[in-house]
Design a protein around this ligand. Structure first.
Ligand SMILES: *[C@@H]1O[C@H](CO)[C@@H](O)[C@H](O)[C@H]1NC(C)=O
Ligand SMILES: *[C@@H]1O[C@H](CO)[C@@H](O)[C@H](O)[C@H]1NC(C)=O
Ligand SMILES: *[C@@H]1O[C@H](CO)[C@@H](O)[C@H](O)[C@H]1NC(C)=O
Ligand SMILES: *[C@@H]1O[C@H](CO)[C@@H](O)[C@H](O)[C@H]1NC(C)=O
Ligand SMILES: *[C@@H]1O[C@H](CO)[C@@H](O)[C@H](O)[C@H]1NC(C)=O
Ligand SMILES: *[C@@H]1O[C@H](CO)[C@@H](O)[C@H](O)[C@H]1NC(C)=O
Ligand SMILES: *[C@@H]1O[C@H](CO)[C@@H](O)[C@H](O)[C@H]1NC(C)=O
Ligand SMILES: *[C@@H]1O[C@H](CO)[C@@H](O)[C@H](O)[C@H]1NC(C)=O
Ligand SMILES: *[C@@H]1O[C@H](CO)[C@@H](O)[C@H](O)[C@H]1NC(C)=O
Length: 740
């Protein structure tokens, strides 16, 4: 079992140290372009990439927040590039720089001679050159690098425009709930909301990746002819653009991760089944739960305690009235099931919390630019968020978590409401009636140690993940990047979040079919953004109030939805159930969400998928190891593997056909197409051509072993106990993890 994995690791490690064949080293350390009041610094970066920084008038302090490694983990040079450059120009003459297969040119405007507009091209394997993008400057239009000064200080708004073509496809951009793998045509606000984690990393079907390396809020626009990125307020514009050969998405992901972060490997236990509900309310209930798993002989990897387990928000401790002996509880859970434990924490601190005064006195809470605090009227308490952007606040938080949980055997943390700002909710008065929620209050302009919500708001969840990461590393004496001792679970993230021992889940979804369908594309966008550690709430988080059965475990309708949703999570990076349920019959304070809570006929189905998850253990480890070593995506949208071998994939992706938004490859060998409609007995699946001509390989249906040729839509039997899954090659090889 282990040999193939070691072999794989050794192979890939060797590959890591190799320079791509025929690699052409950059022929310059950089170009400084003085263009009137504006300065640009353009440097070769990593393999086949450039980093561009731009500022009007005042040079940046050098302390601007960055999410990229300088130097990158692979590629050009091993020392930081900092602000070095070998050529200075005022943009009156064209310049050309080459880094590997990427060419940067500065040109004039229209046919004019000059060198102040940037253009990026790729040298193809056959020696020809392809324009990837250039600054978008049609005749008599807004400057492609446009600045405005809306505030009283030196900070400015920046809008940068790049040319695009209508047939280009755009992937990544973090996650939205839009059923789109191809984001072309989208306008996306760079503001965090629960279930939306807009992140300015995208991959283009033309064969390049783009990283807008700034923590400010703003906007991403993907028009037919123009791609525009806006930073609401900043002191520096900073982006990276990287090329790969046409259709080579593994190389692009490798390059993105070399710049933004390589994922460590997760602890083995985290690959098992994670049990959660809203909510296990006390120690007795958790111990009884562990006993129930033990008595039924159902494997469980982790048991999770949700919110309101504390006496006050921000205590960062379990309420001793409900949890009298935390160490005994975690030992009992371990003894009965082998499971680890995870507990939820919120970043919000109520003024009656034991920690409020100390945090307040030391300036470790966020404030607001206007008004008293980040008020959240949820549950009637006055709260302010701890300031994750302040290193001292991160230390404070971890000290509490260590003393109150970690040292008592609860070592994994769920960082819920991690979005920053208004705690991820769209309305300041969240938790009140729909009528009041709908009033368009301005979003709170929160102040942090690192800056304002507008200027650095996108840093908040990332720094919050970092707090837990630093805690894990400090507690175990391990280094960031090495195998993870524990895991966190975050509702948000940002550029390079994959470097932390932290999974991101798709947020508070509704328990209806359409929401299940939408999650698939969300996960595929997460993958393209570079996040591999992704998961969902199996069954959805909360009832849709307009659907009578939604979330009710005693209805046939929800039971069926739950089984479909849960079986899908077997084929996600992490398999996790969670949610707020309704019920007609209940024996705990809150309705049940265990494998046996969905009717006698469904229990064996649910349990069979939990067992299947464990059978896939070696395969899962191989996928996480590949992701760790080279950034190779775990969830793989079809364009990644078949864009070149199957011409239909391009057209199906262009229109966001369900065959591309609800189907994907899970690792190199499994094609997954979850059922997203009720009462289905068969399900159409598009099977891609895996190679050109008769070199294409057949697909084997997991449940029947019937093989099908690629390049066609097949309808396969899909009774409620079977999720449509196909494999390439032999099942034995797949289960052994010997896959590359
Ligand atoms: C770098 O290489 C490009 C393409 O080969 C060439 O046009 C350019 O003159 C070179 N630039 C420098 C600074 O050597
Ligand atoms: C929420 O409100 C309830 C009822 O007032 C109270 O018992 C509970 O402690 C509060 N929870 C939190 C987390 O503030
Ligand atoms: C675990 O349970 C077994 C028997 O149920 C008991 O003998 C043992 O002492 C327990 N171990 C711990 C660490 O609680
Ligand atoms: C972890 O330890 C390092 C080094 O002592 C320290 O700088 C950092 O603040 C600590 N982080 C946390 C969250 O405790
Ligand atoms: C703990 O929870 C269980 C199940 O919800 C309930 O029956 C019991 O009364 C609770 N015990 C305490 C001490 O709150
Ligand atoms: C695509 O999937 C959604 C959600 O499952 C469904 O509502 C819709 O009918 C499907 N569209 C087509 C064309 O099959
Ligand atoms: C699914 O089947 C059940 C039972 O036959 C039926 O009550 C329900 O209306 C069906 N749902 C849909 C959406 O067709
Ligand atoms: C198909 O396979 C045969 C050998 O089995 C080979 O001779 C032939 O060239 C292949 N055709 C194509 C189009 O690849
Ligand atoms: C399919 O093949 C696998 C071995 O690859 C075997 O374990 C399984 O029982 C077969 N299923 C059916 C329905 O024949």
């Amino acid at each position: 079992m282990y040999l193939p994995l070691l072999y794989l690791g050794a192979l890939a490690q060797t590959a890591l140290s190799l320079t791509p064949p025929n690699y052409i080293y950059p022929n310059s350390t950089g170009l400084r372009l003085q263009h009137g009041f504006e300065t640009l610094l353009i440097q070769p970066f990593g393999y086949d990439g450039f980093r561009v920084r731009a500022w009007p008038f005042r040079p940046p302090s050098g302390n601007e927040i960055s999410f990229i490694y300088d130097p990158p983990l692979e590629g050009y040079e091993t020392t930081a590039h900092g602000t070095s450059y070998s050529t200075a120009t005022t943009g009156t003459t064209p310049q050309t720089l080459r880094n590997g297969n990427m060419i940067l040119r500065t040109t004039g405007w229209g046919g004019e001679v000059g060198g102040y507009r940037l253009s990026f091209s790729r040298i193809n394997d056959d020696g020809s050159e392809t324009l990837l993008t250039n600054e978008y400057a049609p005749l008599k239009s807004l400057n492609p690098r446009s600045y405005q000064w809306p505030g009283p200080g030196a900070e400015f708004t920046a809008e940068f425009s790049f040319s695009a073509t209508p047939d280009e496809q755009i992937y990544g951009t973090g996650t939205q709930q839009d059923h789109m793998v191809n984001k072309k045509g989208s306008v996306i606000d760079l503001i965090n909301f629960n279930t939306h984690i807009p992140t300015p990393v995208f991959v283009s079907s033309k064969g390049y990746a783009f990283i807008w390396n700034m923590p400010s809020e703003g906007r991403m626009e993907f028009g037919p002819l123009r791609t525009r990125f806006t930073a609401a307020t900043t002191t520096l514009v900073d982006y990276v653009i990287i090329a790969a050969q046409d259709g080579d998405y593994d190389t692009l992901q490798r390059r993105i991760s070399a710049v933004t972060g390589r994922a460590p490997t997760p602890p083995d236990f985290a690959l098992g089944y994670i049990q959660s509900k809203l909510r296990y309310e006390n120690q007795t209930e958790v111990e009884l739960l562990a006993r129930a798993f033990h008595d039924r002989d159902i494997p469980v990897a982790m048991i999770v305690i949700d919110y309101q387990s504390w006496a006050h928000q921000g205590d960062w401790a379990l309420d001793p009235r409900l949890w009298p002996d935390v160490s005994a509880m975690s030992a009992t859970v371990k003894n009965l099931t082998g499971a680890e434990m995870m507990a939820s924490l919120w970043p919000s601190v109520a003024d009656n919390s034991v920690n409020y005064a100390a945090l307040q006195a030391h300036g470790l809470l966020s404030a607001t630019r206007d008004g008293p605090g980040t008020t959240d009227s949820w549950n009637g308490s006055y709260i302010r968020n701890y300031d994750s952007t302040n290193p001292a606040a991160r230390v404070f938080l971890w000290r509490m978590l260590k003393e109150n949980y970690y040292d008592h055997g609860i070592k994994n943390f769920w960082i819920d409401q991690a979005d920053g700002g208004a705690l991820g909710e769209a309305y300041e008065n969240n938790g009140q009636s729909a009528y009041i929620e709908s009033v368009p209050f301005a979003l709170p302009n929160v102040l942090y140690a690192a800056g304002t919500q507008l200027s650095v708001g996108k840093l908040y969840p990332w720094a919050h993940q970092q707090a837990i990461e630093e805690g894990f590393r400090n507690a175990t004496g391990s280094q960031e990047g090495s195998a993870c001792p524990q895991v966190s679970l975050s509702r948000s993230g940002f550029i390079g979040s994959q470097r932390f021992c932290s999974m991101i889940w798709s947020g508070d979804t509704t328990s209806v079919w359409e929401t299940l369908a939408v999650q698939v594309a969300s996960g595929l966008s997460a993958a393209a953004t570079g996040w591999g550690w992704w998961t969902v709430d199996a069954g959805g988080f909360e009832a849709d109030p307009t659907v009578w059965w939604s979330g009710n475990i005693d209805t046939e309708q929800f039971r069926q939805l739950y089984v479909r949703w849960l079986q899908w999570t077997t084929f996600l990076p992490f398999m996790r159930t969670h949610g707020s349920r309704a019920c007609y019959f209940q024996d705990a304070y809150t309705c049940a969400n265990e494998p046996w809570s969905y009717g006698a006929e469904n229990t064996p189905i649910i349990v069979s998928y939990i067992h299947l998850r464990y059978q896939l253990g070696s395969y899962l480890k191989a996928l996480f190891n590949q992701f760790h070593l080279t950034g190779r995506s775990i969830m793989r949208p079809l364009y990644m593997d078949f864009g070149k071998t199957d011409p239909r994939i391009k057209t199906l992706t262009a229109t966001n056909s369900n065959f591309t938004t609800q189907q994907y490859l899970f690792g190199p060998r499994l094609l997954v197409s979850p059922v997203t409609l009720p009462n289905v007995t068969e399900w159409p699946v598009y099977l891609p051509l895996t190679a050109e001509g008769n070199a294409t390989k057949p697909w084997t249906y997991w449940w029947t072993n019937v093989t099908y040729a690629g390049g066609q839509v097949v309808k396969v039997p899909a009774p409620v106990e079977h999720i449509p899954v196909f494999h390439l090659g032999s099942r034995e090889e797949l289960l052994s993890g010997d896959v590359f």
